[in-house]
Design a protein around this ligand. Structure first.
Ligand code: 9Z3
Length: 365
């Protein structure tokens, strides 16, 4: 019998209902075709190829159907875009389901305001636009890796915007990935909203701010906007039980801000959804440490060595280590070393996962 949710409905019911009462994204069928072609190509040309679905970036919660305003979250898609590059390096084909305009693999090195591409360029004496000398080596490396991924059809980029778009895309992709069996890996790094406004309660037009204007959930007299949100169904159990390929590996992320909650919340998620691994991270230390929590009670911390930690304006380095519950467990934390470039924690996470995935496949064969 399938496990039951807190509301008494079997897992899956809530999710089914969600898909009947909320509209799919316009691009869904074209994304489905692209994904089918992508999977088919790899099944035919490299039958041993492992394929990972990386989800990345935040999801929006629109307040109006013709959306002017929406609720959003902080995620820029750094975790997802960076991880996708390391998965490609590990030989995976990558389906990159990302929030539109969030960071993308490879171009992330030269995009957004922190790495504005214009700062990497110069005008030569003969008027040609060139890459500045000090950036040549890195840009060549990035360009080569990007071309390798493109030329070998190893990277499929699929954008979404709202939380509903995301759930429709996730369901379709998981089902399309079924022929991959245990070679499929799910790496769910997108920051998915827990709340949304169901279609039937959503305003069609822009919510008006004045007392005598039409429409709006807000109370006109006080000019407050009171927004009533429903919980998003817990789709992870449905992903595990019915959408994803049998034998596939499913890894989800758990984000917390309170160090004393992180490990227990990760354990709870694992117990509730029966998947393979929860990677826990704190908002303030996520670029330097994560914890792998598995169903055998393991709590394994992965940390960037102190000397290799990139500086971060929003990060709080004193909090590194504060969420650790079981001391004295195995660490990947190589202290010391020379300070070169900041090390990306995804360069530690992804090879570790690739290894776990391979071992799991070997055990199943
Ligand atoms: C994460 O925890 C990601 O690591 C971050 C990455 C969103 C923190 P950035 O984009 O941040 O690099 O700035 N994702 C959270 C995943 C999530 O929302 N999980 C849900 C849950 O735990 C559903 S699987 O309930």
């Amino acid at each position: 019998m399938p496990p039951h949710q807190a509301n008494g409905l079997p897992a899956g019911h809530e999710a089914d209902d969600y898909f009947h009462t909320n509209p799919p994204p316009k691009a869904l069928s074209s994304h489905q075709s692209l994904a089918r072609e992508f999977i088919q190509y790899h099944l035919e040309n490299s039958p041993r190829r492992k394929v990972v679905l990386v989800t990345s970036g935040g999801t929006t919660v629109p307040l109006e159907n013709q959306t002017v305003r929406f609720i959003d979250n902080f995620s820029a898609g750094t975790r997802g875009a960076t991880s996708a590059e390391y998965f490609l390096q590990e030989g995976y084909a990558v389906i990159f389901l990302h929030r539109q305009f969030s960071l993308l693999p490879y171009s992330r090195h030269y995009s957004h305001s922190t790495n504005c591409f214009l700062d990497f360029m110069d005008e030569a004496e003969d008027g040609r636009v060139i890459v500045r000398k000090e950036y040549q080596d890195k840009m060549r490396r990035v360009l080569q890796q990007y071309h390798h991924a493109k030329d070998n059809r190893l990277l499929l980029l699929l954008p979404f915007t709202t939380v509903t778009d995301y759930l429709f895309e996730l369901r379709s992709l998981a089902v399309i990935m079924q022929p991959l069996g245990n070679r499929a890996l799910f790496y769910l790094a997108a920051a998915v909203s827990d709340f949304f406004i169901p279609r039937e309660r959503m305003e069609e037009h822009k919510i008006q701010s004045r007392d005598n204007d039409a429409g709006g959930q807000g109370s006109g007299a006080s000019r407050q906007l009171v927004v009533n949100l429903d919980p998003v169904p817990k789709f992870l159990s449905t992903l595990v039980q019915s959408w994803a390929p049998k034998g596939s590996m499913i890894v989800s992320f758990k984000l917390e801000t309170n160090p004393s909650l992180l490990v227990s919340k990760a354990e709870q998620a694992l117990k509730r959804y029966h998947h393979d691994l929860v990677i826990g991270n704190l908002l303030s230390t996520r670029k330097w440490e994560v914890v792998f929590v598995t169903s055998d009670g393991e709590e394994r911390w992965i940390r960037v060595p102190k000397a290799r930690r990139s500086k971060s304006i929003s990060g709080v380095e004193e909090l590194v280590g504060k969420a650790e519950r079981k001391h004295g467990m195995e660490h990947v934390d190589l202290e010391g070393g020379t300070v070169t470039e900041g090390m990306e924690i995804e360069s530690l996470i992804v090879p570790e996962l690739a290894l776990m995935h391979t071992k799991r496949m070997e055990q199943q064969s």
